[in-house]
Design a protein around this ligand. Structure first.
Ligand SMILES: [Zn+2]
Length: 333
């Protein structure tokens, strides 16, 4: 976004969008916390002495540079919290994911950052985002290293298309039962309507922290993409309140809604440039397809609906070859 439009933003929002933690960091430091800025766009605020009873919470925003709603939401929340800094009851890492893309008002510079959190990057290895992911991985490892067993990672996004469930989350299946129950309860408190259980990594940040760092990690889709400074923050009110309570160590409010749970029926992988899809980028998330419907074709490979009904999420035939072009899910509760 331009320098002019950036300067028109409220101070707290502009600071976070520019990954400037100065004022917030200072308030926590003065209150006796161990505050660090391990890399651009990353702030950690820990208790003065290590405490295994204390939860460790990673909140990431702006992993996609055009998804600005959560940046605004977290900016206001953190600004308020830092004015009574002693209320912070967890070790906090705040990560503004793709600061260069945010600055440019784009989703990414070279390639999707949220596909880089894996060892094998193939053709993506030389991209700008691969380097950024390395920085985030190193800082995230350092943050969780030596922390207690209560580990959270909330990676906050907004969807680029309409959705039959505007608020939904992707939760890795490999998270242990106890932490997953607490995570799902938090998601209900945050107003999340649907939870997709994901059996395999697509290279996302939250799957990485769940698989490698023992975090209850989730990718949360909060409503729709909007322009920085012009987001309708009312759509994030429940999520903001739930996050605020988590950071203050307050008991969870009862769930606003009981989220529906979906299992992943199949992942649609783009294998070659011959890939075509019967649904496109404009298709709403959670659109239902019937048994036998062709979802996509890729040379000799034809993806069809196997269950009586499968719902399509994140359909995108334009992804790079080798990446996931969509998920098919079935409702389990
Ligand atoms: Zn996103």
């Amino acid at each position: 976004m331009s320098a002019t439009s950036m300067s028109a933003l409220p101070q707290a929002v502009r600071a976070l969008a520019e990954a400037d933690f100065g004022a917030v960091a200072q308030r926590f430091r003065e209150a006796g916390f161990a505050v660090a800025l391990p890399a651009p766009g990353i702030l950690t605020v820990k208790g003065a002495a290590p405490d295994a009873q204390r939860s460790s919470v990673l909140v990431s925003v702006g992993v996609h540079g055009d998804e600005t709603g959560p940046i605004e939401m977290v900016a206001y929340l953190l600004d308020t919290l830092s004015q009574s800094p002693g209320a912070l009851a967890v070790d906090l890492m705040l990560c503004v994911g793709n600061i260069d893309a945010i600055r440019a008002g784009k989703r990414f510079i070279d390639a999707d950052l949220n596909r880089m959190f894996r060892l094998e990057r193939g053709a993506l290895a030389g991209t700008f985002e691969a380097g950024r992911a390395d920085v985030l991985i190193a800082a995230t490892r350092a943050f969780f290293e030596g922390s207690g067993p209560q580990r959270w990672h909330l990676d906050l996004h907004t969807a680029i298309r309409p959705s039959h469930y505007p608020m939904f989350a992707i939760v890795p299946e490999l998270i242990a039962d106890g932490p997953r129950t607490r995570l799902n309860a938090w998601l209900g408190e945050a107003g999340i309507q649907a939870i997709i259980m994901n059996p395999a990594s697509a290279g996302t940040y939250s799957y990485f922290t769940a698989e490698h760092l023992g975090a209850a990690g989730t990718t949360v889709e909060l409503g729709r993409v909007g322009t920085l400074g012009q987001n309708d923050l009312s759509q994030f009110a429940d999520a903001s309140s739930a996050l605020d309570r988590l950071l203050r160590g307050l008991p969870a409010h009862s769930a606003k809604v009981e989220p529906h749970v979906f299992a992943t029926a199949q992942s649609i992988m783009k294998l070659s440039d011959a890939f075509t899809m019967s649904v496109g980028r404009e298709t709403w998330n959670f659109t239902a397809l019937k048994k036998g419907d062709v979802i996509a074709s890729d040379g000799d490979t034809v993806y069809t609906v196997q269950h009586d009904e499968e719902l399509v999420v994140f359909p995108n035939p334009d992804v790079r070859v080798g990446l996931r072009a969509g998920i098919m899910v079935v409702r389990v509760s």
